[in-house]
Design a protein around this ligand. Structure first.
Ligand code: SD4
Length: 336
């Protein structure tokens, strides 16, 4: 993930951060195919297939796009796309290399949902990198939706997943430095916000989604966030559209965020309007302390229109459509 580079580049080049329908920035130097575009989504550009993902994950969307272009289905695309970030040890909020909990254990949460409304999820999974694939196995090979902890891990080994140490040297060092301070105050957009959520529509027009994370860094042992909770971290309704969340999971769970976005689209809102409304449900709560945390949503509807919105600046969505892999800077609530 190169979100921090993006932020730095945008600042250094004086690239615009205005929102609305204005063009935002010049090309990202890292990849020729990736460019930063308008924050609003142009309906006339809609064509299938397409894939969107939270944050700046163009390698993951490229993988998913390859699957879709070859005629693969949306379910395979989102699983394989998410696996790219799970295997990326530099991404410290997903899969291998994820930051651990307070005790030094890396624990993963993931879920996946297909065009039929089938879903699978794993929570508090240890020692297995590809949590999203274990979630898919739960969906396809068990009578259940969710497996947790030791049971999920045991199931993964039975399915042929290999045992790995997920705590890399870099994450161990970061945890040891954190232990000295022992202060639990995640920094917005910098710590704890690299969960990858991915939504795809294949050439048949069918939608699937997936979400995978190591959760909040330095969380309490046993803590589970929104990402593996169907309806909170992810929801897909093939008739309507899909949504996936990132940010402080506790706040997403309290509003059943992704289900809310899909239901708002069912009532006629565009994906952009639905994401904005779901964020407003969080920030407009009495005594909401939204200034202290980030939540972001991305959504797609059955027509292939997309939207993304967050509480604070610097949330972005990566979108691969019409052969172009681009980072779209999200509009956001807190302009103060
Ligand atoms: C969680 N939503 O566990 C996740 C955190 C996240 O990037 O988005 N991390 O609450």
């Amino acid at each position: 993930m190169k979100r921090r580079n993006f932020i730095k580049n945008a600042a250094l080049t004086g690239a615009g951060v205005a929102v609305g329908s204005t063009l935002l920035s010049c090309a990202d130097n890292d990849t020729k195919e990736t460019k930063i575009v308008a924050t609003t989504n142009n309906k006339s550009q809609v064509s299938l297939p397409l894939v969107i993902a939270t944050w700046h994950v163009e390698e993951a969307t490229a993988k998913a796009w390859k699957v879709l272009q070859a005629g693969g289905n949306a379910l395979d695309a989102v699983e394989q796309g998410c696996m790219v970030e799970e295997a990326n040890e530099k991404g410290q909020s997903v899969g291998k290399g994820g930051l651990p909990d307070r005790e030094g254990n890396v624990t993963l949460d993931a879920c996946i949902m297909d065009k039929h409304g089938n879903c699978g999820s794993v929570v508090y999974l240890q020692n297995v990198t590809h949590a999203v694939s274990v979630a898919r196995k739960v969906m396809e090979d068990t009578p259940h939706v969710m497996l947790a902890g030791k049971g999920a891990e045991q199931f993964a080994y039975e399915q042929g997943f290999k045992k790995e140490n997920l705590l890399t040297e870099a994450s161990k060092k970061a945890w040891e430095a954190w232990k000295i301070k022992s202060e639990y105050k995640p920094i917005i957009n910098i710590e704890n916000h690299d969960t990858i959520g991915m939504l795809a529509i294949d050439k048949n027009g069918d939608i699937s989604g997936a979400c995978t994370t190591s959760g909040l860094a330095y969380k309490m042992a046993g803590r589970v966030g929104d990402s593996p909770i169907i309806g909170s971290g992810l929801f897909v309704d093939n008739e309507i559209g899909a949504c996936v969340a990132t940010g402080l999971g506790e706040e997403v769970v309290k509003t059943v965020g992704s289900f809310l976005v899909v239901e708002l689209m069912r009532q006629g809102k565009s994906p952009q309007e639905a994401c904005e409304e779901a964020i407003s449900r969080i920030v407009n709560k009495p005594n909401s302390n939204y200034k202290d945390f980030q939540v972001g949503y991305i959504a797609v509807n059955k027509q292939g229109e997309t939207g993304s919105y967050s509480i604070h600046q610097w949330f972005s969505m990566t979108k691969y459509q019409d052969g172009v892999n681009e980072q779209i800077q999200s509009d956001f609530f807190n302009k103060s």
